[in-house]
Design a binder for this molecule. Structure first.
Ligand code: GUN
Length: 287
């Protein structure tokens, strides 16, 4: 079977071109969207993610503000910074790069971000709005997956969608977006019995488990759409997803590459959410 490559790099580039124009027209009205990126500690992967996000902002004309805090930052200090950013009119979006060091309470930190600036859509207010089908900010990775599927002309209605992984960042919000798009959704996880046969039911298989090349061809139905959210480093240093691309691509009708699939889409949605936040704040100021 020949497969369609779901190229997130290409789609995100097209989205960024459109966003650049939108930001230009905001700039003509004297408005510049601003994103605060907070990183605590020295996690090398987080550093790369943060650098990429800053680069993306620059590309479309969003102003980014980095707050790099030392590993030993106290919760009071971090919450104080978030309070200040919540009040700052130059900041439309606030992103605290996860994971944060163990001595900090992640849930508490996320709750402290104003839900109107929560461009990651991690705040319980936004996860609640998502649950009832009226998301203000779309969670970046799951929304990026939906865009990729839509752009490829793949119809989701009535399809069996199996999501492997139940994290708050990907698995759970992904299942909600698919449900709202009228898919029949199954969420699998580490305690699922007979994962293989569950995955083989999928018309659309979305994998976010963080295990290199775990999903092989025997997990996949002929003609399935396969979305790989994983980003792992192999022993030889190469980046790879959760899906064994080589064997699975022989069976799939469409599949994302890693890198160049979901990753760039996550980044594009963050920019989209920041512009949306800016438009919301601007409206609030006018009313
Ligand atoms: N760590 C891994 N993915 C993400 C993300 O989408 N947002 C933030 N803030 N941290 C992350």
């Amino acid at each position: 079977m020949t497969y369609k490559l779901l190229d997130g790099k290409d789609l995100s580039k097209r989205m960024k071109q459109a966003m650049k124009l939108e930001v230009q027209s905001l700039a003509e009205a004297g408005i510049v969207p601003g994103l605060a990126v907070v990183i605590v500690g020295n996690d090398p992967a987080s550093r790369i993610y943060v650098n990429n996000k800053k680069k993306d902002c620059e590309e479309v004309g969003i102003r980014s503000f980095e707050y790099a805090l030392p590993e030993e930052t106290s919760e009071v200090q971090l919450l104080g910074l978030i309070d200040a950013l919540n009040q700052d009119p130059a900041i439309d979006g606030i992103l605290v790069q996860l994971p944060i060091p163990k001595h900090l309470d992640e849930a508490k930190v996320i709750r402290r971000i104003s839900h109107e600036k929560d461009v990651d859509a991690f705040h319980p207010y936004n996860t609640g709005e998502l649950m009832i089908g009226r998301p203000v900010f779309a969670p970046c990775t799951p929304a990026g997956v939906m865009e990729l599927i839509k752009d490829a002309g793949i119809d989701v209605t009535g399809k069996n969608c199996v999501v492997v992984g139940r994290s708050n960042i990907v698995g759970k919000p992904m299942s909600m977006l698919m449900l709202h798009a009228n898919a029949t959704v199954t969420v699998c996880h580490s305690k699922t019995k007979d994962l293989k046969s569950a995955c083989r039911q999928a018309d659309i298989l979305i994998v976010a488990i963080g295990k290199a090349d775990f999903i092989t061809a025997d997990y996949v139905k002929e003609g399935a759409v396969v979305i790989d959210v994983g980003m792992n480093r192999r022993d030889d240093g190469k980046l790879t997803g959760d899906v064994d691309f080589e064997s699975v691509s022989k069976k799939a009708s469409a599949i994302t590459p890693v890198p160049g699939g979901v990753g760039p889409m996550t980044r594009a949605i963050l920019l989209k959410n920041t512009i949306k936040a800016c438009n919301m704040h601007k409206k609030n100021m006018l009313s």
